[in-house]
Write a protein of this length. Structure first.
Lengths: 106, 154
């Protein structure tokens, strides 16, 4: 694999992250994906190419259409992929603790 | 304050565990879940309905920065004060299905307590999707984003 096609680099780009979030909820064609962005179609195609090359997306031919699927297995290779999820709960629970400490002080 | 909240999600399973120890007496920790006005404050959500009892139900609503409203709801299967809450959870109008959540509340010392949250998803794939969603931002923002996107597709 080309060093430039590194998973971490792939997800460092906000448009590519948005594409991943979109495809994670359902498989879509390149056209349907591009329709969600103001970015020029060739730019979206380039992002799809990068995501496919680093295996975060897989392609499936369906008749004349190519559908893009999210590949969760590859995503797991991203170190600490659980960390944002844990951080979200940690923030919520910190808030709970401070809200209840204030409540108790009343 | 490091690693107070732990997430354990074993590979290939359709469940996960979230544990957290609190600097709060058990009763206060439980109250944060049982009383709507307190829940609203720490979760940052509007509580449309919260029937904290066995066979009760709940519905929450959040508003994203764009002003779009997103609703979450579920049924309360069991409600044992200061011990346990078993409920379902669903994000309305998303493909993430329903999850079963078992909350266990324990006293550690008179001033500290522990929450264990056991979450079961419909499938391994669904759990992994939910886990992976927040890698970009917070999970709520991700859900909102997906809802935005899905509503555009309709």
């Amino acid at each position: 694999m080309n060093l430039r096609r590194d998973v971490f680099q792939a997800i460092a780009d906000p448009t590519r992250r948005a594409i991943l979030l979109l495809v994670a909820s359902q498989s879509l064609t390149a056209g349907a994906i591009a329709a969600n962005f103001d970015t020029a179609r060739p730019t979206v195609s380039k992002h799809l190419q990068i995501l496919t090359e680093c295996e975060l997306l897989t392609q499936e031919q369906n008749g004349r259409e190519i559908y893009y699927h999210f590949n969760p297995k590859k995503m797991k290779e991203v170190a600490e992929f659980i960390e944002p999820f844990r951080k979200m709960w940690d923030d919520r629970f910190n808030k709970l603790e401070s809200v209840m400490k204030k409540y108790k002080a009343k | 304050m490091e690693r107070k909240t732990k997430v354990n999600a074993e590979d290939g399973k359709q469940e996960l565990m979230i544990t957290r120890e609190f600097d709060l007496p058990l009763e206060l920790l439980f109250k944060a879940y049982a009383q709507a006005e307190l829940f609203e404050q720490w979760m940052g959500t509007k509580v449309l309905k919260l029937e904290s009892r066995k066979h009760g139900s709940y519905q929450f609503e959040t508003t994203d920065p764009k002003g779009n409203k997103h609703r979450f709801n579920g049924s309360i299967h069991d409600f044992l004060p200061n011990k346990k809450i078993i409920r379902t959870f669903e994000m309305e109008n998303t493909p993430f299905g329903v999850q079963l959540e078992i909350y266990e509340f324990e006293e550690l010392t008179p001033d500290t307590s522990k929450l264990t949250m056991h979450v079961l998803y419909e499938s391994v794939a669904q759990r992994d999707q939910v886990l992976q969603l927040p890698f970009a931002q917070g999970i709520n923002m991700a859900h909102n984003r997906i809802q935005d996107i899905l509503s555009k597709l309709k």
